[in-house]
Design a protein around this ligand. Structure first.
Ligand SMILES: [Zn+2]
Length: 341
């Protein structure tokens, strides 16, 4: 029993609908944005099909305008409490744009954060897309494994590894780049300058290029996914083979780190059984059997919303810390309450 007299507990409740959190999940070929309540419930969301190759100014301008329109419709008298952003890794952004001369500027995280703060006059929080998605999915796992991996199988392949719920960052924030693990027997050129990387043989980008070289008319990974859905023989074969290579790369991760659960997310993940059969074949062939027997592989349960839901949670976790709420109540400004956010 403690006899000390601290500050009396105060229960603060925010008027429903008065404060909103905005989320942006920037993808290489399209982005998803969402408006959510301060409790973390998504009120509205949509896909914006501007690729990152258009450059940060064009992409951010489109996302900002879309979010402003959504907020005005859903919560016209609301205050933006904060903005959560999920962004591809710097190396992915470098590989994918901007390639044209129109936008010029490269993607720079600090500059992106500042533009968000300036536009919405609210704190902005940013993390790598795979880390944001991993945290959103991890929060739903019961029981939660010690080691968890979230693997993005989209235009490029990337992964985040959580240990006891915390992202494994590594030196230079470079841990988890499964897309650059080497696949035996391949010498395909990768954008990193190396040969035989998983990204060069099994990413959405690589598969679209392979299909086009084989004379199949596809412009986007979505076209490939549609062909797989229709049972197109070449597309199904390509996806299954990609799955085997992805499984081979996951075998290294499984043998080395022993995750209890792996979630997959992204366009390729949406192809279902063709891909997952390949992944299991590659994984079970190459991983230590006792390790691969321990791991569950599932599709991300939040689907397309995984990134924006994770970005909303990242923002609300910071905004609702007691010290931040105290500073907001004193200053009346979320930006003043979380100036570095
Ligand atoms: Zn590479």
């Amino acid at each position: 029993m403690s006899g000390h007299r601290g500050r009396p507990a105060q229960l603060v409740s925010f008027a429903s609908g008065r404060h909103v959190v905005l989320a942006m999940h920037v993808g290489l070929t399209g982005s998803r944005v969402a408006v959510a309540s301060l409790e973390g419930v998504i009120i509205d969301e949509c896909l914006v099909e501007t690729p990152v190759s258009a450059g940060p100014s064009a992409v951010l301008d489109e996302l900002f305008r879309t979010l402003e329109g959504m907020r005005a419709r859903a919560m016209p008298r609301s205050i933006v409490a904060g903005v959560g952003l999920a962004l591809p890794s710097p190396s992915e952004l470098m590989d994918f744009g901007p390639t044209g001369s129109i936008s010029g500027a490269p993607w720079d995280e600090e500059s992106v954060l500042q533009q968000v703060r300036d536009r919405f006059q609210a704190p902005a929080l940013l993390d790598r897309d795979v880390s944001v998605m991993a945290r959103a999915e991890y929060a739903r796992l019961d029981p939660a494994p010690d080691v968890f991996a979230c693997v993005k199988l989209g235009t490029l392949i990337d992964a985040a590894i959580l240990v006891d719920g915390h992202p494994l960052r590594g030196a230079g924030n470079l841990a988890g780049q499964i897309g650059h693990l080497k696949i035996a027997g391949s010498d395909a050129m990768c954008s990193c300058g190396g040969r035989g990387c998983l990204n060069a043989v099994a990413s959405g980008d690589a598969l679209v290029r392979q299909m086009r070289a084989a004379g199949v008319a596809v412009d986007h990974v979505r076209d490939l996914v549609a062909l797989v859905d229709q049972g197109h023989g070449q597309a199904v074969g390509a996806i299954r083979e990609a799955g085997v290579h992805i499984g081979q790369a996951l075998a290294s991760l499984v043998t080395l780190l022993g995750p209890g659960s792996i979630m997959t997310w992204g366009y390729l993940s949406d192809t279902g059984s063709s891909l997952s059969a390949g992944i299991r074949a590659g994984l079970y062939a190459d991983a230590l059997p006792r390790s691969s027997a321990q791991v569950r592989i599932d599709q991300a349960t939040l689907g397309d919303l995984t990134g924006v839901q994770g970005a909303v949670s990242m923002a609300t976790e910071e905004l609702l810390r007691p010290t931040v709420v105290d500073r907001y109540l004193t200053s009346g400004s979320w930006l003043a309450a979380l100036p570095d956010g």
